[in-house]
Design a protein around this ligand. Structure first.
Ligand code: ADP
Ligand code: MG
Length: 239
């Protein structure tokens, strides 16, 4: 009787009761594929930084992540490496396909830095394509690149929405999203564009949100769009 009753009860697991994957202090122990390991070494990274040691196991486990760490702590690799590994596990991208992963960043310069790192860690993968979609550059070149089919798009929110509205790309295959420097994106007025993307993603996707500060607007965004996120905080973080 006790058992039957229990089966009829809705069970809610509170987010915090899900254990977070433990930090891993060495790239070798992260179970990364051989080509990525080779590219990490070629890039000159020997040891993960604190945020990498903590955030990468979470990202690689498929969990959502709310990452908070100061500038210069190595957040880019913390998300680009798991993102590439994630994409490698997906079916190949064909002409006309939308991307598998999307990174939104506040500025063109930052998007360019991220794209460089994506290319560095995907160096050995010849069929792996990345597009950078930012304002102030030729939109028709970006359009043809997107239409050809890419694995990863690194974008500023405004330009990415332009392409979505023009039908040059779609959200339909995205299963991995990164919001980098989310606090700066909000400061720059990209909240509506971020919401437009987050609300229209396929049901099954993983989200990593990085921010240098944790104001209530970021907490709300995380509350709304992350599922049982693991919080990783490194160094002093102000609200
Ligand atoms: P953040 O996004 O947190 O501001 P970045 O990802 O831009 O930080 O990294 C800051 C600097 O540290 C970059 O020059 C980057 O190449 C370097 N870096 C990142 N991770 C490592 C690592 N594991 N080993 C050595 N250098 C690293
Ligand atoms: Mg950064």
């Amino acid at each position: 009787e006790e058992v039957r009753l229990r089966l009829n009860v809705d069970v809610t697991v509170s987010p915090n009761s899900l254990p977070a994957p433990a930090p891993i202090e060495s790239f070798v122990d992260m179970n990364l594929c051989a080509s990525i390991m080779k590219d990490i070494a070629f890039h000159g990274y020997t040891t993960p930084t604190s945020i990498q040691a903590q955030a990468m196991p979470v990202a690689l486990s498929g969990r959502d992540l709310l990452g908070c760490a100061e500038t210069g702590s190595g957040k880019t690799a913390a998300f680009t490496i798991p993102m590439i590994q994630h994409c490698l596990a997906q079916p190949p991208v064909r002409r006309g396909d939308g991307p598998l992963a999307l990174v939104l960043a506040p500025t063109r310069e930052l998007a360019q830095q991220i794209e460089k790192e994506v290319k560095a860690f995907g160096r050995s993968l010849d069929s792996f394509k990345t597009a950078i979609v930012v304002g102030g550059t030729n939109i028709s070149e970006q359009r043809s690149e997107l239409r050809a089919g890419v694995n990863i798009v690194v974008a500023t929110p405004g330009r990415f929405i332009d392409h979505l509205q023009q039908g040059n790309t779609s959200l339909s295959r995205i299963s991995f999203v990164v919001l980098d420097e989310a606090d700066r994106m909000l400061d720059m007025g990209f909240e509506l564009q971020i919401r437009e993307v987050m609300q229209n993603l396929p049901e099954k996707h993983q989200t990593l949100l990085f921010s240098a500060t944790m104001p209530v607007e970021i907490e709300e965004l995380a509350q709304e769009y992350l599922t049982n996120p693991v919080r990783v905080k490194v160094g002093k973080v102000s609200s």
